[in-house]
Design a protein around this ligand. Structure first.
Ligand SMILES: Cc1ncc(COP(=O)(O)O)c(C=O)c1O
Length: 377
């Protein structure tokens, strides 16, 4: 499939092989496909005939015609309708259970796409800053491709999480700081060693992998968009990817792609919630970030403006919840059989709060993203 890269902020085009950020303004690059070449009905029929998994949508993925992806069987995760008691009982709540990916989280989709593209473009060494899940994904896909992975991880990340990454042969440097400090060290490492940096939005393809979650959801709903999604937000790739799927399907001619996107963050680190409420285009960095949901402990995100734009244009919003509410949410999901991480629990807590505020209405189809399995902790 043919695609080009353009800056999400200034629109400047960029060269494809081993692309990083915009050469002019250093903002994230987005892949733009030649959608006019494609026919929606033909695509739907083709996709339906392929086995489940994220590469069934390869026409909307960054693969040249005869290229094979570096794959571990990612994607094709279940969309589970759950019966909940109480305030959410009269809504159709569905959980996209991303814990069922190869390393137990949705990060597999993004890193699978990024490693695939970079390896096909010649990269042999990779680096990423990580709260754990992205590191495990990079480590696994690098191992699968026979290339190296270097991770920078905060010292307070649980030991078991680090061991999960080491299991796949990655090298880990523990960092006395948060994910942004790990990001700085990853950039430095990349500059000095030439390792390819797959940090969130420092390259264009993690979004492409993440957008397949929404493609799967819409396909599972028989090509209808859900009324709302609730997404546990850190760097925001899944949120930006979901908005991109809605936009691409709409451009392809699918009607009704009007899902409201909601971001949920921990109240100890909620830069996107604060920026959404104050109406700014960018999110000011959050100081003294604290939440047990390590995946959501992102004080400042490169794609803040893309997230805020997606939330506003969709008619959605952003809310924060406490760690206790997230844990209660994860327990509630456990009671209906879903092994949710604390970030997955955050989406249930968020949906409850949105319902109380009147943002979600009776009968609506609402998707909660369980972004990682309980066991990843
Ligand atoms: C389990 C989990 N959920 C959510 C997130 C946040 O994802 P994103 O950075 O795409 O917003 C992360 C990121 O580390 C995560 O590990």
């Amino acid at each position: 499939m043919s695609w080009h890269l353009e800056c999400g902020a200034c629109g400047k085009k960029a060269v494809k092989p081993l692309a990083t950020v915009c050469p002019d303004c250093e903002k994230p690059l987005l892949a733009r496909y030649n959608l006019k070449e494609l026919n929606l009905e033909h695509l739907q029929e083709t996709w339906a005939k392929r086995p489940p998994g994220m590469w069934r949508y390869r026409e909307l993925m960054p693969l040249e015609n005869d290229e094979a992806p570096v794959t571990l069987g990612e994607g094709g995760t279940p969309l589970l309708e759950v019966d909940l008691e109480g305030d959410l009982s009269n809504l159709r709540i569905m959980v996209k259970d991303e814990g069922q990916n190869p390393t137990g989280s949705f990060k597999d989709r993004g890193l699978c796409a990024a490693v695939t593209r970079a390896v096909r473009d010649g990269a042999l060494d990779f680096v990423v800053p990580t709260a754990g899940n992205a590191g495990a994904s990079l480590a696994a896909y690098a191992a699968r491709a026979g290339v190296s992975a270097q991770l920078f991880m905060p010292t307070d990340t649980p030991e078991g999480v680090a061991r999960r990454c080491q299991h796949y042969g990655a090298t880990i440097d523990r960092v006395d700081g948060l994910i942004d400090e790990c990001g700085r060290l990853s950039a430095e490492y990349s500059a000095t060693t030439g390792a390819f940096n797959v940090s969130t939005l420092k390259e264009p393809y993690r979004i492409e992998g993440k957008k397949t979650m929404m493609l799967e959801i819409i396909e599972a709903l028989k090509w209808r968009a859900p009324d709302a999604i609730v997404y546990p937000t850190g760097g925001g790739t899944g949120l930006i990817g979901s908005a991109k799927t809605l936009e691409e399907l709409s451009t392809l001619g699918l009607r009704g792609m009007n899902t409201r996107l909601y971001a949920v963050q921990g109240n100890g680190c909620a830069p996107i919630v604060r920026a959404f409420a104050s109406g700014t285009e960018h999110a000011e960095k959050w100081t003294d970030a604290e939440t047990e949901a390590f995946g959501l402990r992102v004080p400042g995100a490169l794609g803040d403006f893309l997230m805020l734009r997606a939330l506003r244009e969709s008619g959605g919003g952003a809310i924060s919840v406490t760690d206790e509410e997230m844990k209660a949410g994860a327990r509630t999901l456990g009671e209906v059989g879903v092994g949710a991480s604390i970030e997955g629990g955050a989406t249930l807590a968020g949906a409850l709060e949105l319902r109380r505020r009147g943002e979600l209405s009776e009968g609506e189809t609402v998707i909660l993203f369980n972004t990682a399995h309980l066991l990843t902790y």
